[in-house]
Design a binder for this molecule. Structure first.
Ligand code: CP
Length: 307
C-alpha cells in the first residue's frame, strides 16, 4: 500500500508498487476526465526552493486535473525561509494546511528531513545532485509505454553523470529489472560517482560499460538518455565552460542509431540536443514531459488513497 507514505528515494517503492502506479498512470493518460474529481477538497503544498518548470508545473497541473487545489511558493525568498525558518518548522506548518507536500531543495537530504517532521506525505521533487524520484517515474512510464517493458533494454546515459540526479535515480530504478545493460557516456571529469557503481551496478551484477564518445555505443542502444551539464553544481565556471558542449546530439550522430532507438531527456536542454532532432520520430523528450503529468496524477492519487 502506497497510501500515506513518503517518496524520497526511487527505491522507497517496490517494483510491484511501481508497476501498479505505472498501470494507473497509463490508465489516467488514456482517460484523464474519469479522474477529474478524485482529489476534490484536497490541497497540494508545492514548496520549491530551487527553480523548476516541468516538475513544479506538472505537479500543480496534476493536482488541478484531479480536482484538487495548490498552495505554495516557487522561490524560497517569498517564504519565511528568508527569515531563517528551518525545514522542520516550515513542513510542520505546511502540513497543517495541505494534504500532501512536494518539495524541491538544493541541499541533498532536505526532503528526507521534511518527511521526518511531516504528518502528510512528502514527495522529493529533486534534492541537490542526489535523487529525483518523480522524474524516474516519468522516465519509467515513458519507457514502458514505448518499449512495452522495463526489462532486457540497452540504455545509454550521456552527459553529466556526476551531478545529474535524474541519471542516478534512473540507474537505481532500472537496475531492479532483469537483463538491462547500461552504457555510461561522459567525459572523465563527469563520470558516474563511485557509490553508484559500487552500491548499485556492482551489487546488482549489472552489465555496464563506460565510454567517452556517443559513437562508441549508439548503434547498440534501445534508449539514449541525454542530460545537460549541471551548471549550478559547478564550483568553477571555467570547468563548466570547458565541458558544457562535450556532447551535441545531431542528425549525423542519430544516423548511427537504430530506427527503434528512442531519445529521452529530462529537460531542460541547453546545447546537448540539436533542435534539428526534434522532428525525428525517435525524439521522445516532449512526450516524456507530458507523461510526467500523468504519472504525478497517479502518484498523488495513490498517496492520498483516492484511486
Ligand atoms: N526535469 C526537470 O526536473 O525539469 P525542471 O527542472 O524544469 O523541473
Amino acid at each position: 500500500m502506497i497510501k500515506n507514505r513518503h517518496l524520497i528515494d526511487p527505491m522507497d517503492f517496490s517494483t510491484e508498487e511501481i508497476d501498479k502506479l505505472l498501470s494507473l498512470s497509463e490508465q489516467i493518460s488514456k482517460n484523464p476526465e474519469n479522474h477529474s474529481k478524485k482529489c476534490s477538497g484536497k490541497i497540494l503544498g508545492s514548496l520549491f526552493y530551487e527553480p523548476s518548470t516541468r516538475t513544479r508545473l506538472s505537479f500543480e497541473s496534476a493536482m488541478m486535473r484531479l480536482g484538487g487545489q495548490v498552495i505554495g511558493f516557487s522561490e524560497a525568498n517569498s517564504s519565511s525561509v528568508s527569515k531563517g525558518e528551518s525545514i522542520a518548522d516550515t513542513i510542520r506548518t505546511v502540513a497543517c494546511y495541505a494534504d500532501i507536500v512536494v518539495m524541491r531543495h538544493p541541499k541533498e537530504g532536505a526532503p528526507k528531513v521534511a518527511s521526518m517532521y511531516s504528518d502528510v506525505p512528502v514527495i522529493n521533487a529533486g534534492d541537490g545532485g542526489h535523487q529525483h524520484p518523480t522524474q524516474t517515474l516519468t522516465d519509467l512510464l515513458t519507457i514502458r509505454t514505448v518499449k512495452g517493458s522495463l526489462n532486457n533494454l540497452k540504455i545509454g546515459y550521456c552527459g553529466d553523470l556526476k551531478f545529474g540526479r535524474t541519471v542516478h535515480s534512473l540507474i537505481k530504478a532500472l537496475s531492479r529489472y532483469p537483463d538491462n545493460e547500461m552504457h555510461l557516456i561522459s567525459p572523465k571529469e563527469l563520470k558516474i560517482p563511485d557509490y553508484i557503481k559500487e552500491e548499485i551496478l556492482d551489487k546488482q551484477s549489472i552489465n555496464y560499460f563506460e565510454h567517452e564518445k556517443i559513437e562508441e555505443c549508439i548503434n547498440d542502444l534501445d534508449i539514449l538518455y541525454m542530460t545537460r551539464v549541471q551548471k549550478e553544481r559547478f564550483f568553477n565556471e571555467e570547468d563548466y565552460i570547458r565541458l558544457k558542449d562535450t556532447y551535441i546530439l545531431d542528425n549525423e550522430k542519430m544516423k548511427k542509431g537504430s530506427d527503434q532507438m528512442i531519445v529521452l531527456h529530462p529537460l531542460p536542454r541547453v546545447n546537448e540536443i540539436a533542435y534539428e532532432i526534434d522532428n525525428d520520430p525517435r525524439a521522445y523528450y516532449f512526450k516524456q514531459a507530458k507523461m510526467g503529468m500523468y504519472v504525478r496524477m497517479g502518484l498523488i492519487s495513490m498517496l492520498l488513497g483516492v484511486c
